[in-house]
Design a protein around this ligand. Structure first.
Ligand code: HQG
Length: 180
């Protein structure tokens, strides 16, 4: 039985953080060849029987839309920390976006705004529930911050489309952020 959650975690690691550990050639939009990825995974006993079909099943089984497959290539929609900046599609954001975070980060966010930290972009959620779930990864009683995205966008801050629920942005100064 294939553990698709574990498979997804490993693929996240490969596509967002360490493609070189899997000898993957990644282009500027984050695409890698499915064949290269499968070759690398198949070398591991745990994943020796994985095929492209399993990648598709992994994507279908997940509640979160993390990966895209097209033309025998695969990429992560968001989350990257690789040293080369992944080019994302700039897009006008919805009026308001949300960010779920830990109580212990609030003072620093108020002072410095939202920063990408270990990733290439700040990650924002389309709705409060998604933001709350993101925050739960950092704190059992997370805070949800509301981002005045339209104002930030009009003032020249870049926003990028991740998937239907996840938006990316460059730094968000604290003047656009309110606590909910
Ligand atoms: C915080 C997951 C102090 C920020 C999720 C966050 C998401 C600051 C943490 C995606 C700060 C970084 C990304 C500042 C930001 N001072 N702390 N000035 N600015 N922070 O994990 O947004 O399941 O890198 O609030 O669902 O939590 O992996 O980012 O708490 O969509 O597909 O620094 O990853 O998706 O944490 O999560 P992360 P994130 P997957």
């Amino acid at each position: 039985m294939i553990n698709y959650i574990e498979l997804s975690k490993e693929i996240s690691y490969a596509l967002r953080h360490a493609p070189w550990e899997y000898e993957l050639e990644m282009d500027e939009e984050g695409w890698v060849s499915v064949e290269q990825l499968l070759d690398a995974l198949n070398k591991d006993e745990k994943w020796e029987s994985i095929s492209e079909k399993d990648l598709i099943v992994m994507i279908q089984k997940s509640e979160k839309k993390r990966y895209e497959i097209a033309n025998r290539k695969i990429r992560a929609y968001y989350g990257h920390s690789v040293p080369i900046k992944i080019a994302k599609e700039k897009k006008e954001p919805p009026r308001v976006l949300y960010h779920g975070t830990a109580r212990r980060f609030l003072d620093s966010i108020k002072e410095n705004g939202l920063l990408p930290k270990g990733r290439q972009y700040v990650h924002l959620a389309q709705d409060v529930e998604t933001a709350h779930n993101v925050g739960m990864r950092h704190d059992k009683q997370p805070c949800v911050l509301k981002i005045n995205a339209t104002q930030a966008y009009q003032d020249g801050i870049n926003f990028y489309y991740g998937n239907e629920k996840v938006w990316l942005a460059d730094e968000i100064p604290s003047k656009y952020i309110t606590e909910m």
